[in-house]
Design a protein around this ligand. Structure first.
Ligand code: BG6
Length: 488
């Protein structure tokens, strides 16, 4: 049967992530029968909540999703609350007792999932105590799920990892990057390794350049406290964008298993060219959004330093130095307060070496595109004959596939898919420690060059809200004779 037996611990059970994402995802898994009788959830946090209150919070966070009130109530009865101080080892003794009781009561067979929806500064202590006080089980599995940020540079990421890896082996650590749970990002491997036409073309002989855009229309919202210390480079490039780069440029895995896939992703990220400060200046641009009408400048937002040098936009050109991708520029950009909310990937193929159509001034390069967020689907542009009485001219047409409404309606949310993967023990769509390290190595070189560069706040405020970023981002491609294909 598809029913999973699992005891889930949510550290940070009163928090925003738990209420907005985790409980609704678990409820969907319950509605679909992946979670049924043999599961329980222990939520922990500092506050002294009762089980009744906690269960009410659970029902609130899934309200509107239930088929019947009875269903919501029955689901919420699987939830238990334990007030917990992560630094106090005594508290783990209590947690273990509760866990062992629930394990018997629900017939869970020792499968334990520890979801750390908390600040990474607590990860080490929690993992140490889980083992030390034997909150882990001896019969089933013990897995840890963690959220970003995985450090703020290579060395902090390594020490964070050491703190966890002392107690849990790599294959039981699930590092979430929610972009890996998005259907269209997962489609990259399907298109690449399920279609011979693309297998043949997917290399530096036929691909001219790759463009990746992660644009957001929202500003920093209420997250200035975190964002001021991160910036777009750490917030989006180190994780989501480099993960997409690895899927686009990795070699074919020998088998479609998590181990083989992640090995190839590691190799792709290992091949990232780490830039010198001079190369950073040539290949990367940053920006910060300025006001536009009612939209505030970043520096006017609540809790943002009025002289902040935090970038809210990054564009760059990456190089992957492996056999198939050496020489192919990979352009990336991401930012807040841009013209649209979209994740878009464009694979631009090399143009025909010779244009034999004398009535057509210029042939357009073929482009394969992935639309990841709104209207998920793919597009392929082709040069085709223009309808005419005489003459023979070509025009550019687009083959377009979009998931229909019914398909979109049954598409699970990224978190729901990823949580099910953690329960099933599939690490394919989680980030391996080595991926994290190679990504930071690349990002650190940029961060360092920027931090050493004198820049005035005025120089950084270089794009107006609702645009597609600073002019320097267009210039970056123009210097190579290219331009951004995605132009909303
Ligand atoms: C998060 C970033 O990882 O991704 C946020 O911290 C960003 O700043 C978010 O807004 C974007 O995710 P999505 O799924 O809305 O594209």
């Amino acid at each position: 049967s598809k029913e999973q037996k699992v005891l889930i611990f949510i550290f940070g059970g009163t928090g925003d992530l738990a209420q907005r994402k985790l409980y609704p995802s678990l409820f969907n898994l319950y509605k679909k029968g992946f979670l049924k009788e043999n599961f329980a959830v222990i939520g922990t946090a500092r506050r002294p909540w009762t089980n009744e209150h906690y269960q009410q919070v659970i029902r609130n966070s899934i309200s509107g999703m239930e088929d019947t009130a009875k269903q919501a109530t029955e689901f919420s009865r699987h939830f238990y609350y334990q007030s917990h101080n992560v630094d106090d080892s005594e508290h783990y003794v209590t947690l273990k007792e509760l866990a062992d009781q629930l394990d018997i009561k629900y017939g869970i067979d020792g499968n334990r999932l520890f979801y750390l929806a908390m600040s990474p500064k607590f990860f080490g202590t929690i993992c140490k105590n889980l083992r030390g006080e034997k909150v882990t089980s001896d019969n089933g599995y013990n897995r840890v799920v963690i959220e970003k940020p995985f450090g703020h540079d290579l060395s902090s990421a390594q020490s964070l990892n050491d703190d966890i890896a002392k107690y849990f082996p790599e294959n039981s650590i699930y590092r979430i990057d929610h972009y890996l749970g998005k259907e269209m990002d997962q489609n990259i491997l399907a298109v690449r390794f399920g279609n011979n036409i693309f297998r043949a073309l997917w290399n530096n002989r036929y691909i001219d350049n790759i463009q990746i855009t992660l644009s957001e229309s929202l500003g920093v919202e209420e997250r200035a406290g975190y964002y001021e210390t991160a910036g777009a480079l750490r917030d989006m490039v180190q994780n989501h964008i480099l993960q997409i780069v690895s899927l686009l440029t990795m070699n074919a895995p020998v088998t479609f298993t998590d181990e083989d896939i992640r090995n190839e992703k590691i190799n792709a990220l290992k091949a990232l060219q780490v830039y010198t400060p001079k190369e950073v200046a040539e290949n990367f641009v940053r920006g910060q959004y300025d006001e536009n009408g009612d939209l505030k400048a970043y520096r006017q937002e609540a809790s943002v330093d009025p002289k902040s040098l935090t970038e809210t936009f990054v564009a760059g050109k990456l190089h992957i130095n492996n056999m198939d991708f050496s020489g192919v520029p990979i352009y990336i950009r991401t930012g807040k307060r841009l013209a649209t909310k979209a994740t878009r990937i464009d694979i631009v193929f090399k143009n025909m070496p010779n244009n034999i159509f004398s009535d057509t001034e210029e042939l357009m390069p073929n482009v394969l595109s992935f639309n990841v967020d709104a209207n998920p689907g793919m597009e392929l542009t082709l040069n085709t004959k223009k309808v005419s009485q005489g003459g023979y001219a070509l025009e550019n047409r687009t083959l377009k596939y979009t998931h229909d409404e019914a398909t979109q309606a049954i598409t699970p949310e990224a978190y729901e898919k990823l949580i099910l993967d953690t329960i099933k023990g599939d690490t394919t769509n989680f980030v391996h420690a080595q991926e994290v390290f190679y990504s930071w190595k690349f990002v650190d070189a940029i961060r360092k060059a920027w931090d050493e560069q004198a820049i005035t706040p005025e120089e950084l405020t270089n794009y107006i809200s609702n645009s597609m970023g600073p002019k320097a981002s267009d210039d970056l491609l123009a210097r190579d004779g290219n331009k951004w294909i995605f132009n909303p």
